[in-house]
Design a protein around this ligand. Structure first.
Ligand code: ZN
Length: 303
């Protein structure tokens, strides 16, 4: 899209023009989109060719990278990421147990590892674990506090040797990628032949998402750039040569406090009522298993 064309479609004045970049469909490469919804002055569109949903135009990559600073994990997308460590670790332990039913522990890469909680669990379970993240704060914690092998940067910058990993996993990272097809190609390259990819993201075609519309908390156009469905995710994986073995519903473990915060993000009265109830019973730090109804995990194999 040229700059002149963009002028008609730019978000409102709260997002300066110079910080935006226009993109074509990352799956089929065409530029024929229909407006799905607007949120926070951004346009979320659907490709007429393949159905992929994405933000267009979006913040520049520099702006996006700058978001993942210390505030991101305390008062940004995550109210208090470190306080949720026990929930994340329980989630990752359950996830790894399922992975280990398919692959025995070997060399694993977590793309978008944040503070390294997945790597920490994998390490304890006998994996040789590596991580990547764009957040300097997350990488610093993972390396200095947890002593993990984590690089701050992208897959391209990491320069892992071809065929280095048995497994690559993305835990709620895929929707953040600027060029998912290119990253999938790089993942394909660093996996050994027969290596496995596990990819956890959200299915934006689910009934709950359609009912919530623009109020769906995962529509975060400043950082979530792509909104897959099971179908578009399969197509992306197959396009780069993966064999998709399964796409299944996924859940997570979190504290009751975390759940209350998320409920409040969707509908404040519900969040307030749930918060009062949880405080009354002293259940705030209790871990609960939740199926959101839209979280999915794809399992694919390098052929
Ligand atoms: Zn398309």
């Amino acid at each position: 899209m040229c700059g002149a064309c963009m002028a008609d479609q730019r978000p409102a004045d709260s997002v300066p023009f110079t910080r935006l970049e226009a993109v074509v469909c990352n799956l089929c490469g065409i530029q024929d989109e229909v407006l799905l919804l607007e949120k926070e002055s951004f346009r979320i569109v659907r490709c007429r060719g393949c159905g992929l949903v994405y933000v267009n135009p979006r913040l520049s990559q520099t702006e996006i990278a700058q978001q993942y600073d210390e505030g991101y994990y305390t008062d940004g997308s995550y109210a208090d990421y470190l306080a949720e460590r026990s929930g994340y670790e329980r989630t990752f332990e359950l996830r790894l147990r399922r992975i280990e039913q398919r692959v025995k522990p070997g060399r694993i890469l977590d793309v978008g590892c944040a503070f390294g909680f997945f790597l920490s669990v994998a390490d304890r379970r006998g994996w040789e674990a590596y991580g990547l993240d764009l957040s300097p704060v997350g990488c610093k914690y993972a390396t200095e506090e947890l002593g993990l092998r984590v690089l701050c940067g992208t897959l391209a910058q990491a320069s892992f040797p071809p065929g280095f990993f048995d497994v690559v996993i993305l835990n709620d990272t895929f929707e953040h990628l600027a060029n998912p097809t290119q990253d999938l190609l790089q993942i394909w390259t660093v996996l050994r032949p027969g290596g496995h990819l596990f990819l956890v993201t959200q299915d934006s075609s689910r009934l709950l998402v359609r009912l919530l519309g623009r109020h769906w908390a995962q529509y975060k156009p400043r950082e979530h750039l792509y909104y897959c469905t099971s179908l578009t995710l399969r197509r992306m994986l197959e396009k780069v040569g993966f064999r998709v073995l399964e796409v299944r519903d996924e859940g997570l473990v979190c504290t009751a406090n975390f759940l209350v915060t998320k409920a409040g993000n969707v509908w404040q009265p519900a969040g307030r009522a749930a918060g009062w109830f949880v405080r009354l019973l002293g259940l705030g730090s209790r871990l609960v298993f939740v199926r959101t109804g839209y979280e999915i995990m794809a399992h694919a194999q390098k052929q």
